[in-house]
Design a protein around this ligand. Structure first.
Ligand SMILES: [Ca+2]
Ligand SMILES: [Ca+2]
Length: 70
């Protein structure tokens, strides 16, 4: 079982502009910032799409949290 506090901290790291949603662009930027050499836009798109439950191309914290608890 994942820890909601650390999940929130991770989510905030990905949510660069702090609007409460992670976009594919924010995802790839955050992965680069964390030292993952390069996440291509296509990879970022598919990671976000795989967690995006309602299909709006944005990851809410609820969707992010749900993906951690699968
Ligand atoms: Ca954002
Ligand atoms: Ca969504």
């Amino acid at each position: 079982m994942a820890d909601i506090e650390s999940a929130r901290a991770t989510f905030d790291k990905f949510d660069v502009n702090g609007d409460g949603f992670i976009t594919a662009d924010e995802y790839s930027a955050a992965m680069r910032a964390m030292g993952d050499a390069y996440v291509s836009p296509a990879v970022a798109d598919s990671v976000v799409a795989s967690k995006d439950a309602n299909g709006d191309k944005l990851l809410s914290f609820d969707e992010f949290w749900a993906s951690l608890n699968k």
